[in-house]
Ligand binder design. Structure first.
Ligand code: MRU
Length: 346
């Protein structure tokens, strides 16, 4: 198996991002030099997936302050907060973005120095730590998830919660990579994931590269695949999980969860601790991003819907926890009752 690429990284003293809007046709790398370019990359989904967005935001903060001329810590923190608010305005749903920004700010606040050069280094160090820890979390999720999927031959996934959505290995796809390492090849049904086709463009691309057998389907084929008994589990990622176990993930996930329940198929969510938002009690409180209506009215560059009609384009939906069989985290597998067990785990 090829060592998976790192979709967001720090290499040769700069940020490097694989531009996911160009996949699978071309592997294009971009090298943002300014915080505005990182904001733009997040907004336009050049870098996407909850953990990857968090890592990108942390590097974005570093780019914003690396040439700071602040005279003291107070001035430096003011610059850092301004850049953080700006990056936080890029996308609202994935809590990993806010988690990463807060983590960097907290590290600076806690630092016992007024030396701005030291504080700049600290921001960089924290961003690198977020990247490295994410990789370790993804590997641990892979191991924990593999134990749940050992007796399964075929799974269905929605959107992309793989290597491309994280530092490496992914969340929902990590158990599949881990099982391959252990000598078991799972087959994956990949929802194309309308409207932006993260399944068809990204999940299919990375699974194919990794030598995992896959079948691409359109979103409206999932029920037919389940009715035929072709999948024994569903596994997806998450953008935000609330204290009661409700899960925000790519639009269409909720429908897949309902279908899985009807067909008695376990519905697993794989996510690191940084995706949990315990400040929210339940899913209705999660801010849901609405995107440009053209993503729905057009197929690629071609308009497929009439002009002058109403269009609704939420990027995410919320799956109530009653549909979730288990949540696979780096610390272990959480099962219902979620309110108690999530609180116990974190
Ligand atoms: O809009 P996207 O492509 O950023 O949405 C991504 C998802 O919904 C993923 O499933 C989620 O972020 C989990 S990534 C490990």
């Amino acid at each position: 198996m090829l060592e998976p690429i790192a979709p967001i990284n720090w290499e040769k003293d700069q940020v490097v991002i694989i531009d996911q809007t160009c996949l699978p046709e071309k592997e294009v790398y971009i090298y943002p030099q300014k915080v505005e370019e990182v904001w733009d990359a997040i907004k336009k989904l050049k870098v996407r997936g909850a953990p990857a967005i968090g890592i990108a935001a942390a590097f974005g903060l570093y780019l914003a302050v690396k040439d700071s001329r602040a005279g003291d810590k107070k001035g430096f923190l003011a610059e850092l907060n301004k850049a953080s608010d700006y990056l936080a305005s890029s996308r609202p749903t994935a809590v990993n973005l806010f988690w990463a920004l807060d983590r960097v700010k907290r590290a600076v606040e806690a630092a016992d120095t007024d030396n701005v050069a030291d504080l700049i280094n600290l921001v960089h160090k924290e961003a690198l730590a977020i990247r490295d820890e994410d990789e370790a979390m993804c590997r641990a999720i892979g191991k924990n998830g593999a134990s749940l999927l050992r007796d399964v031959d075929s799974v269905l996934t929605h959107c992309n919660a793989g290597t491309l959505a994280t530092s490496r290995f992914g969340t929902a796809l990590s158990p599949i990579y881990e099982l391959k390492k252990q000598g078991k090849l799972l087959k994956v049904f990949v929802d194309e994931t309308r409207p932006l086709l993260q399944g068809a463009r990204l999940t299919a691309w990375e699974l194919h590269q990794a030598g995992i057998p896959l079948t691409l389907i359109t979103d409206n084929m999932a029920a037919a695949v389940m009715a035929r008994g072709w999948v024994q589990a569903v596994i997806v990622g998450a953008d935000r999980i609330t204290a009661n176990g409700d899960v925000a993930n790519k639009i269409g996930t909720y429908g897949v969860a309902i279908l899985a329940k009807e067909h008695n198929i376990p519905f697993y969510v794989a996510a690191p601790a940084s995706t949990f938002d315990l400040s929210l009690e339940s899913g209705e409180q999660i801010p849901i991003e609405e995107r440009n209506p053209e993503e729905v009215s057009h197929f690629g560059l071609r308009r497929t819907a009439p002009e002058g009609i109403d269009i609704f384009n939420p990027a995410f939906d919320v799956t109530p926890s009653r549909y979730v069989t288990a949540i696979i985290t780096e610390k272990g597998v959480i099962r219902p009752p979620y309110k108690q067990n999530i609180a116990k785990m974190f």
